[in-house]
Structure formats: C-alpha cells, structure tokens
Design a protein around this ligand. Sequence first.
Ligand code: NAD
Length: 317
Amino acid sequence: MARYVVTGGAGFIGSHVAEALAGLDHTVVVIDDLSTGHKHNLTGFSERITFVEGSITDLALLKRHFRDAEVVFHQAALASVPRSVADPLASNDVNVTGTLNVFLAARDLGVRRVVYAASSSAYGDSEVLPKREDMPARPLSPYAVTKYVDELYGKIFTDLYGLPTIGLRYFNVFGPRQDPESQYAAVVPLFITRFLAGISPTINGDGGQSRDFTYIDNVVHANLRAAAAGPAADGLVYNIACGASVTIQELCLEIRRLVGSEVAPTYGPSRVGDVRHSLADISQARRLLGYEPAVSLAAGLERTVAWYRANRAGGRS
Ligand SMILES: NC(=O)c1ccc[n+]([C@@H]2O[C@H](COP(=O)([O-])OP(=O)(O)OC[C@H]3O[C@@H](n4cnc5c(N)ncnc54)[C@H](O)[C@@H]3O)[C@@H](O)[C@H]2O)c1
C-alpha cells in the first residue's frame, strides 16, 4: 500500500484522481485550500483519505505532507482563463509559485515522481492541427503562460535535480462534479445545468470554435498510467484528450438533445484569450504512457447529463 498526495484534490479533476487511488486501497492525502474546490466533492470516500486544508503556496506545509509519498498528483491551480485575464498576479502566485513549491518539496523529500496537470492552452492559436507536443508553445492568456512555465520547471527539475516529473496537457475535461456555479464555469456543466433549468445557455462567439473534449475517466486513467510509467517517460509533457473535436455549437445541440430541451441557445461576445480550434494528437501518450481514451465524447456526455440530472443542487453528490 503506497502513500499518494493529491494537490487540488477537492476540485473536479483532483477529487476523481483521489477517489480512484482510495479505491485501490492506497493511502491518500488531499491538500486543498478550497478556493475553487468543495468538500462535498469528497463525499462517499472522505473516510478513506486524509484531507489537509492548506495552500500550495505554503512550502513548509507541503514538506510536512510529502514525507514518504510515492507519487504527488499535482492538480491544484486557479484553473481559469478569464480569471487569469482579470487577475494575472493571483494566477501566477498559485500556478507558478505554488507549482515551484510542489517540485521543491518533492525534490527535498525524495518523492518518486510528480505527475502534474498541464494544459492544452499552451498551444495557443497555431493553425496547425492536430497539436503535437513538439510544436512551439504560443500561450494567449496569463493562465496559459502559467501552465507553460510549470512545464519548463518540470523539465528543469527532472534534468537538473533528478526529480522525475510527467506533465499531462489536459484538453477540455468534463464530467461529474465540475462546478457549474463558478463565475468561470466550463462550457459542458454550464450548458447542461442551463438546459436542465429550462434557461437558454449563452454560446461565446459564433459557436464555430472547436475543442477536443475529454471525459474525466480518461484523465484519471492517464494519471494512473503516468504514475506507473517507465523512466523514459520522465521530463516530458503529454496530450491527454480523445483525439477528436466538435464545435461548441454541435456540443450545445447534442447536450440539448440529451437533456430533451427545446430551448434555443443565445449568442454572446467571444471570450478574450480563447483559442479558435483545438485538437490533440495523442500518439505520444499512447506510446510512452499506454494511455487509451476508453470513454468517447458521446458516452461521456450521456453519463455527465445523467449525473447532473440526479444532482441538480449545485452539482453535489
Ligand atoms: N478542467 C479542465 O478542462 C482542465 C484543462 C487543462 C488543465 N486543467 C488543470 O487541471 C487541474 C485541475 O483543474 P480542475 O478543472 O479540476 O479545477 P478545479 O478548480 O475544480 O480544481 C482545482 C483545485 O485546486 C484547489 N486550489 C486552488 N488554489 C489552491 C492553492 N493555492 N492551494 C491548494 N489548493 C488550491 C482548488 O480549491 C480546487 O479544489 C488544474 O491544474 C488545471 O489548470 C484543467
């Protein structure tokens, strides 16, 4: 039975990673400051983990809890493009300084590997599709800059200090527990909860922008594969996606169909810092991590709609 730490474990992605690890009978420590996460995300498995309320900006706290950890799954961040546009300093403090603290504490405490959340936003608006990890980064927002800087630190910590790190560039993750109430809510929970409430959801821009949406179970699988990967996988970043894209307009209509709504979407202004198209080449993750996205967009949407239908009050389970 190994000891694992999940930063940001009360958030959407982190809570699923923590639940999966707890389900495998590992010792799991969740570190989260509850700034965007919620304790109710731990409902159903909270008795099988240790919850520490604290910030990744607190290096001493990290060092206390990283002792004897096999792997740190670093998910904590201010995970929003618009939020970073409004307050770049706050995003930098958590996403860059906080991540640097995670790497430092892991290095000093002899953690075997850090698997950290990176982001497809690093690619920016390059015209070339699909995105491959060897393409140059072109961040378009402060958020994207912070996540890309994390990757640079990840590589430095592997090459310079011998700390094995693996970065997972998530592409538009969705699924149960994603916060539909947040001011910066992601599009899938927003559309689902609006349609369920009989309210017209707003599409930013013309809806022709496209994304490679990734169901949460695929992301959990990627984290577990990364933790178990051989040393050749270290110091690199990996696209974690489905390898297929849909437009926001198509997504919206599919969610409307699944909900059984007849409400029409409305259209608002485009969001600053948003990229137009996004689609991943996932061959590197397949090859070096053994990653395979088992849950398709269609199946993931069906499960997600079912979950929000059953948990309408703020997404509680
Ligand atoms: N959801 C996506 O589509 C997506 C895409 C690309 C990358 N990511 C990355 O995945 C990770 C998880 O994102 P998410 O969607 O689950 O977001 P989330 O907001 O649900 O989870 C982030 C968690 O980190 C916690 N946190 C924030 N600041 C903290 C701090 N200073 N100390 C400790 N905990 C702190 C929050 O309270 C929250 O529980 C983030 O690193 C994000 O940048 C997410």
